[in-house]
Design a protein around this ligand. Structure first.
Ligand SMILES: NC(=O)c1ccc[n+]([C@@H]2O[C@H](COP(=O)([O-])OP(=O)(O)OC[C@H]3O[C@@H](n4cnc5c(N)ncnc54)[C@H](OP(=O)(O)O)[C@@H]3O)[C@@H](O)[C@H]2O)c1
Length: 249
């Protein structure tokens, strides 16, 4: 992007750390101003804003919101627009992730897992759509390879990501021809910070990955950059970034 063009703006949810932060840094390198959404990770979000603004002044800002509060999502989008003047890209990355069997599933799991992984992307897309229409922008949803082939004992999470995959298809049709909508489906990219996947389970998972290793967060960021910046004739598609896991037996 050259200096005389207005700075394009990407809103990345759950961007304070891990995959979201890598996406934010990658799009920033392409010249985007970044709206870094966070819920609880204020310190990480502030540090990321500071590091991006040190590279280009006024090119990043942080926005706090609990995405389960659907009534606040319009205000989040308005705050980003008030700060940067436009929105060109929405990356629905934020996610709550935990397991549960059919026997243990309850309303809380439904609320948190469907709320963060499916409902918030839907209502954020709705709130951003007029801005994306004006800018000819795009949406990238971060799904999961388990949207297609479910992971045992993660019933509601699997369903939420399958819904997000379906939302990607539906919005790609409904928002065309102006707004492209695609998805990136990670496999084992970066283990959760908590201990819900133990060492034995990690080894078992990697056994089924043809490339035999974790991908790393930058692999997702590269796929997002491709869909946002390069894939101008691509909509309604998902790129699996999974070391081959989705095609292995
Ligand atoms: N990591 C992997 O290997 C992997 C594999 C498959 C799919 N994915 C997908 O890739 C994306 C990024 O993965 P990740 O591991 O980096 O994610 P993560 O660390 O588990 O979560 C990303 C962020 O989501 C935010 N978040 C969660 N619930 C929220 C809510 N109710 N409201 C607002 N923000 C909320 C949190 O923000 P705060 O910290 O600010 O609270 C968190 O930092 C996710 O969509 C995930 O499902 C990742």
């Amino acid at each position: 992007m050259t200096n005389h063009q207005p700075q394009k703006v990407a809103l990345v949810t759950g961007a304070a750390k891990r995959v979201g932060a890598a996406i934010a840094r990658r799009l920033h390198r392409e010249g985007f101003a970044i709206a870094i959404h966070y819920r609880a990770s204020k310190t990480d979000a502030s540090a990321l804003v500071e590091s991006l603004n040190a590279i280009r002044a006024q090119s990043a800002a942080a926005f706090q919101a609990d995405l389960l509060k659907t009534e606040m999502l319009g205000a989040l989008v308005e705050s980003v627009t008030a700060r940067f003047g436009r929105i060109d890209v929405l990356v629905n990355n934020a996610s709550t992730f935990y397991g549960g069997t059919l026997a243990s599933v309850d309303e809380t799991a439904w609320h948190e897992l469907i709320g963060s992984n499916l409902k918030a992307p839907l209502f954020l897309s709705k709130a951003c759509a007029p801005r994306l229409q004006a800018s000819g922008g795009c949406i990238v949803n971060i799904t999961d390879i388990h949207a297609e082939r479910p992971m045992s004992n993660y019933v509601v999470y699997n369903v939420a990501k399958a819904g997000l995959r379906g939302l990607t298809h539906a919005l790609a049709c409904d928002l065309a021809p102006t707004i492209r909508v695609n998805a990136v489906a990670p496999g084992p990219i970066h283990w959760p910070d908590d201990d819900q996947i133990d060492a034995t389970e990690k080894s078992r998972i990697l056994e089924h990955v043809p490339l035999k290793r974790e991908g790393g967060v930058d692999q997702i960021a590269e796929a997002v950059k491709y869909l946002v910046c390069d894939a101008t004739y691509v909509t309604g598609q998902t790129i699996n970034v999974d070391g081959g896991r989705s095609v292995a037996i």
